[in-house]
Design a protein around this ligand. Structure first.
Ligand code: TYD
Ligand code: ZN
Length: 429
């Protein structure tokens, strides 16, 4: 079913209408839209064009797909990865050690998924409430004892939480803010329920590694915004929130966690705030050049990944994909690689097993099945876990298997050339 699409005219952060056209990926299927196996497929496609606001330098996509189509039944389940669990624990520590969160305080999470992160706060004695539009995930959270509301977060939900439970001392949104169209409405919700001395922690994939490491496959319809730190500072300020700290996090290819607090709470910004703004200034993020160069590199990398895979297949190798992340589904569509090129994708997420990838119709199987019949080469689609995966798949490499790591520049990892240098995947400063 074709979902409604809105063409972005005014910038969702600053309201200007002066866009730099960066790159167009053409019409694409939804990257998270895994499909049941079928004889024939006729799924809708939506334009995917990247633009940058010349006023506040927000990078975004031109067409916004109706969020109900994207998020009301979500197969992304966080998180089976050590990297992500460590990051969640880190944020709990920061909340307690740096911002004085105490047992009994209320924590509210936006995009709370199955409630793993809130479960950690709960174990530390805090009261918690999650909000997430994915009913299937909220149900799992509630069953595991993490109170969650199936809804899109905004002033209305925030008001209900506040009248039921009082103000929130800590609010967090990990990896969901970039999915939000009406960011001002969500921030109105935040200021509705946030305590006068409360802290909001927002973790987003960071624009800098996206540009520097050619992470073009993180661009798909779910991800509406690709934030620089400067753009976020400006956005939060418009809601009376002062950014008091920022840190880089080695998740999702390089993210930032931005901590803000009501401006009149009197918290002083840490030196990291001015430092990162200066880094962005030096990198020229408020100029057209880095975006234009990114577009050129992206076109080139897409061509080389396609060529590399096709050459291996033509040489008689069996190639499969490692992981079936949304970004992998995007990359395969961009490269035009399909079930004729890749035999299967191996992924740990049970919800994806037995399905096929959107647009490219490659079957997703379990790692157990894959291990029973391993290919010669894996295209590493879950490249954000490269270290973890290459460590785990030592035996595959030692038995002569290889990995293609597609970005920043495609290269082949084997037991003999373990890639020694996996450039910048943990882009933490
Ligand atoms: P992820 O990068 O978290 O998300 P996105 O969908 O936003 O791009 O997805 C990683 C996928 O990789 C997820 O489906 C689980 C899978 N995966 C494996 O199959 N094996 C692994 O060892 C790891 C770490 C992940
Ligand atoms: Zn703007």
């Amino acid at each position: 079913m074709q979902a409604t699409v809105r063409r972005v005219e005014e910038c969702r952060v600053c309201g200007a209408n002066d866009w730099l056209e960066v790159i167009s990926f053409g019409d694409q299927e939804l990257a998270n839209g895994f499909l049941p196996q079928a004889e024939e497929y006729a799924e809708p496609t939506y334009p995917l064009d990247v633009i940058v606001c010349r006023n506040c330098w927000l990078m975004t996509i031109r067409h916004t797909v109706d969020p109900d189509a994207l998020f009301s039944h979500y197969v992304y389940v966080s998180s089976e990865s050590d990297l992500i669990l460590d990051q969640m624990r880190h944020i709990v520590d920061v909340a307690v050690d740096r911002f004085g969160l105490a047992p009994g305080d209320l924590v509210v999470e936006l995009g709370s998924n199955v409630g793993i992160h809130l479960g950690m706060f709960q174990a530390a004695g805090m009261r918690v409430t999650g909000v997430d539009p994915a009913r299937n995930l909220v149900e799992i959270a509630n069953q595991s004892g993490v109170e969650s509301i199936p809804d899109f977060f905004g002033p209305e939900v925030a008001g209900r939480i506040r009248s039921g439970k009082g103000p929130a001392r800590f609010m967090l949104g990990r990896q969901c803010f970039a999915h939000i169209d009406d960011v001002h409405n969500v921030l109105d919700g935040v200021t509705t329920v946030l305590a006068p001395d409360g802290v909001l922690a927002i973790e987003v994939p960071y624009l800098l590694p996206l540009l520097d490491e050619n992470q073009f496959d993180t661009i798909f319809h779910e991800h509406l915004s690709y934030f620089s730190f400067g753009t976020l500072v400006r956005l939060f300020a418009a809601h009376g929130l002062r950014v008091v700290d920022v840190e880089r996090a080695p998740v999702h290819g390089g993210s930032i966690v931005v901590y803000s607090s009501p401006a009149d709470a009197g918290r002083e910004p840490s030196p990291a705030v001015a430092e990162l703004l200066a880094v962005e200034e030096r990198r020229g993020l408020n100029t057209e050049r880095p975006y234009r160069e990114f577009a050129e590199r992206t076109t080139r990398v897409i061509d080389s990944v396609r060529t590399l895979v096709r050459e291996l297949v033509a040489g008689g190798q069996r190639v499969a994909g490692y992981g079936a992340p949304s970004k992998g589904c995007a990359l395969l569509q961009f490269c035009g690689l399909d079930a004729r090129d890749l035999e299967f994708l191996s992924d740990t997420t049970a919800l994806k097993h037995g399905k096929v990838t959107p647009g490219t119709h490659i079957p997703v199987i379990s790692p157990l099945q894959a291990r029973a019949n391993p290919p010669d080469c894996y295209l590493l689609l879950a490249w954000n876990y490269a270290e973890e995966i290459l460590r785990k798949e030592k035996a595959f490499l030692e038995n002569g298997g290889s990995f293609i790591v597609p970005i920043p520049e495609p290269r082949v990892v084997t037991a003999e050339s373990p890639g020694g240098q996996l450039p910048g995947l943990n882009a933490a400063a």
